[in-house]
Write a protein that binds this ligand. Structure first.
Ligand SMILES: [Zn+2]
Length: 196
């Protein structure tokens, strides 16, 4: 569905604003271990954007929170619309390149136009068809979209059902995925609600 396009700095600045809102909401709650205050304790990342999203490489920090009480130091990393878990490539690239790969004739063409190695893209496509279909965001989306998205054509089968232009669809899917970008923030979806 996507013609490969360049993801610009403004798009990523918008995602950074959303992540700022999310971490702000999460910081309003006390530490779930001891009830102490949560303070910003971001950690360094070196994300990749490939050929189409080099602007994303400016994200040097994943927003995170740390309990301020001595002896606790419990860490909470809230959901993110920029970082998809521990993947080196930013979430927008994981979605975008997967969609490009589904529409492409050859894996080498995808690597040439996106700068993402074919083996990486193949791993992402296996993730969409496999573990992703058991995740809460997919279960939620499947319940809302009738008929349910085709599991063999993820993420395109979701993107084509979301409204807006290309970057708007990407942003919406990133917000849906945000709760699974962290394992240290149970029920993190409440911090993402209405953020788009
Ligand atoms: Zn604590």
């Amino acid at each position: 569905m996507f013609d490969p396009f360049e993801m610009r700095r403004e798009f990523f600045e918008g995602l950074t604003t959303i992540d700022t809102v999310i971490v702000g909401r999460a910081a309003e709650e006390p530490c779930r271990d001891c009830g102490g205050p949560l303070y910003r304790g971001d950690y360094a990342r070196k994300p990749r954007g490939g050929l189409r999203a080099s602007a994303a490489e400016a994200f040097g920090r994943r927003f995170s929170l740390c309990c301020g009480r001595d002896g606790c130091r419990h860490r909470v990393t809230p959901p993110s619309v920029r970082f998809l878990g521990r993947r080196v490539y930013v979430g927008a690239v994981v979605i975008f390149v997967s969609a490009v790969a589904l529409a492409a004739v050859t894996a080498s063409a995808v690597a040439r136009t996106t700068g993402v190695p074919a083996r990486t893209t193949r791993r992402w496509l296996r993730w969409w068809r496999g573990p992703f279909t058991a995740s809460p965001p997919f279960v939620d989306l499947s319940a809302r979209l009738v008929p349910a998205p085709d599991r063999q054509r993820l993420p395109t089968s979701i993107l084509e059902r979301l409204g807006g232009d290309d970057t708007g669809r990407l942003s919406k899917l990133l917000a849906w995925l945000a709760p699974i970008t962290t394992t240290s923030c149970p029920d993190g979806s409440r911090f993402v609600r209405g953020v788009m």
